[in-house]
Ligand binder design. Structure first.
Ligand code: BG6
Length: 637
């Protein structure tokens, strides 16, 4: 095996033993082992490196290696699997079963760690990784201390997986417990969102481009939205999730990290503490709402039966394995936050996250204030001036987009929304990583920048605590539901509507590719269409189009159902998510052939004729598809 090679600006990590608790679990196979393999392939692990795993399962070095070997083929993120690199790593993997409550198991563990230390010349350095339940953290770290791990020479660092505590009180208690035996400098509270390139780029983007800082405040920004939407439900993790819910699982940690990066003051340097001081100050400036204010500032909900992305049936959250059939755990939450400091006074920050939703996407939308419209009066664009938006596509799209108005070529002053976009895949060659690579590498080098300090963690619990308390105390009838596979509860849309705003649905190519009409469309078309669609929400019973009216737009249904009414206002058909209607208006200069009414709350995308004509050059087939449908429907009505 070739020994890893590295470059001078990214030297290999320090020699060390990685001591992994919870080694037989999901995290190891899905993320940690693939991340370690990526580090090997990038030459970032030194020759003096070894892994020692411990968990309850009865395995030895050979069977643990065989298990990981089996799994790495599934979970590796490499385009080409390099067997010799894996072999290098495999030879460094070790395991012993252990009961975390047994002192003697830790004594035996210490002896094995010391052996490996000599064999691999690890200099006594120890990176402890706690991939275990928060309730076991104090036990395991106390056992390590009691067994004498502190007396070894070399550094000792402890990575603690999220969630750090389960509420404010338990987080404080856990910090206190850890800090009675270890120093804050030794505790690495990990959050894998900070390992994502697109999240790290938030800081680079803000502070390496001088044009944004002068605009980054209440004078120019109307509001900011953070969305972390997932299509997966509880899926096999019901036992954990039912005790957690989306606030503890996503908002208090992953989303607050992104919020801090986006809104904090510029640090004086990129020293770990300079960055962490600013993050801490930002979260401390978040307003803590009163218990009775929660209904105004937050929405929680749980998914009911619905449809998965592939059209198959999805069960309700309460029917998921290991979930309490009476569970009141929220699988969706939306919040409105305020940052009470000079920069952000009066700028609402909206957050939403949920499982079992229609699309997967993590996006941040910074919405700027509108340009004055008055100078465009008496032009065809008077009504069309929109806010500029800076959109950070975190995943699965990885891009930064700036939406501006441009003059459409032609004799009149007609404005059109266009975007300037930087796409990671076009600009860089780096392959997709798990996000854990940089975190492990930083921890091995003692760089704490990407890890949270207790001030950040405690302040973020403080902000979410009233929401958790209120929702826990609220009667079951106050927990709205949303169908699995939908855009979430209408209450979350109402929350923004009360402020005269709406959630920005980032329509990416993945989302559009799921609309049956667009299944075969080229990506250039999907890209331009994504910019052209206008989101619109309607309520139960609202008439969307009237038979006989002239119209120049068609509608795609993203959420909810509509009914088609005949001339006597009798329902003749229903259309659901993914369907479209109103093609006649888009294609032909003739009146609408039917009335369409919303059955429940519906989210619609509107495609206007002029946008459609422009987009068609990339996908002329859509014209034929829609025309055939329009003819068929006109014949039916
Ligand atoms: C984890 C949560 O921390 O993050 C999961 O426990 C969630 O519930 C996951 O699905 C999302 O991570 P990513 O990287 O897919 O956005």
């Amino acid at each position: 095996m070739t020994s890893p090679s590295s470059s001078s600006d990214t030297p290999p990590a320090d020699p060390c033993l990685m001591l992994l608790f919870g080694a037989s679990g999901d995290l190891t196979k899905r993320l940690l082992t693939p991340a370690l393999l990526n580090l090997v392939c990038d030459g970032l692990l030194p020759d003096e490196f070894a892994i020692m795993g411990m968990a309850m399962d009865d395995m030895d070095d050979a069977s643990f290696r065989a298990k990981l070997e089996n799994e790495i083929r599934t979970y590796s993120t490499r385009t080409h699997f390099e067997p010799e690199r894996w072999e290098w790593l495999k030879q460094r993997i070790h395991y012993m079963p252990g009961n975390f409550g047994k002192k003697e198991d830790f004594t035996a563990l210490l002896a094995r760690c010391n052996e490996l230390d000599v064999k691999f010349q690890l200099k006594g350095n120890l990176l402890v990784y706690l991939a275990i339940s928060p309730t076991l953290i104090n036990l395991v770290t106390s056992q390590l201390d009691d067994a004498g791990f502190k007396e070894r020479q070399g550094w000792l660092r402890i990575i603690v997986e999220k969630p750090f505590g389960t509420d404010l009180q338990s987080a404080r208690m856990l910090s206190q417990q850890l800090l009675t035996r270890w120093r804050e400098k030794q505790i690495y509270r990990i959050d894998h969102y900070l390992g994502k390139e697109t999240v790290q780029n938030l800081i680079s983007f803000r502070f390496a481009n001088g044009i944004f800082e002068p605009l980054w405040n209440k004078n120019h920004i109307d509001h900011i939205q953070f969305s972390v939407l997932e299509t997966v439900g509880a899926e096999g993790r019901g036992g954990y999730y039912d005790k957690s819910g989306v606030v503890r699982d996503m908002i208090q940690n992953h989303m607050f990290q992104m919020l801090a990066y986006l809104c904090m003051e510029p640090p004086a340097s990129f020293d770990p503490d300079a960055v962490r001081n600013e993050k801490g100050k930002l979260v401390q400036a978040l307003r803590v709402v009163r218990f009775d204010e929660v209904p105004e500032y937050g929405v929680h909900a749980q998914y009911a039966p619905g449809k998965k992305a592939d059209g198959s049936n999805a069960i309700a959250y309460r029917s998921e394995p290991q979930v309490d059939p009476q569970s009141r755990t929220e699988t969706y939450a939306a919040m409105k936050l305020h940052i009470d400091n000079w920069r952000w006074e009066g700028v609402p920050i909206y957050l939403r996250s949920g499982k079992a939703l229609w699309k997967r996407g993590t996006e941040i939308v910074v919405q700027f204030k509108k340009a004055p419209q008055v100078i465009f009066r008496n032009t065809p664009s008077a009504r069309l001036i929109d806010n500029n938006q800076l959109i950070f596509h975190i995943q699965p799209d990885q891009a930064v987009e700036f939406r501006v108005q441009a003059k459409k070529p032609g004799p009149n002053l007609v404005l059109q929304k266009v975007d300037m976009r930087f796409d990671y895949s076009e600009a860089f060659e780096a392959g997709r990583a798990t996000g854990y690579e940089v975190l492990l590498y930083s921890a091995m080098l003692g760089d704490t920048t990407l890890f949270s300090r207790s001030d950040f963690v405690e302040a973020s619990w403080q902000v979410v605590q009233p929401f958790l308390d209120y929702w826990k105390a609220a009667p079951a009838s106050e927990m709205p539901t949303y169908p699995a596979g939908s855009w979430g509860p209408s209450e979350a849309y109402d929350m923004l509507e009360r402020d005269g705003r709406r959630w920005h649905e980032v329509v990416n190519r993945d989302v559009l590719a799921r609309v049956p009409d667009l299944a075969g469309a080229p990506s250039t078309f999907l890209h331009s269409l994504a910019l052209m669609l206008e989101p619109n929400a309607v309520g139960p019973g609202d008439t969307i189009i009237h038979k006989g009216d002239m119209g120049t737009e068609m509608f795609y249904i993203c959420r909810g159902e509509v009914e088609i009414l005949d001339g006597k206002n009798q329902p003749v058909a229903r259309l659901g998510e993914g369907s479209s209607f109103g093609e006649v208006g888009l294609l032909l200069d003739m009146p609408r052939t039917a009335t369409v009414r919303a059955i429940g709350n519906c989210d619609l995308f509107i495609l206007r004729r002029e946008s459609f004509r422009r987009a068609l050059k990339d996908y002329p087939e859509l014209h034929t598809i829609l025309l055939e449908r329009a003819n068929k429907r006109a014949g039916l009505s």
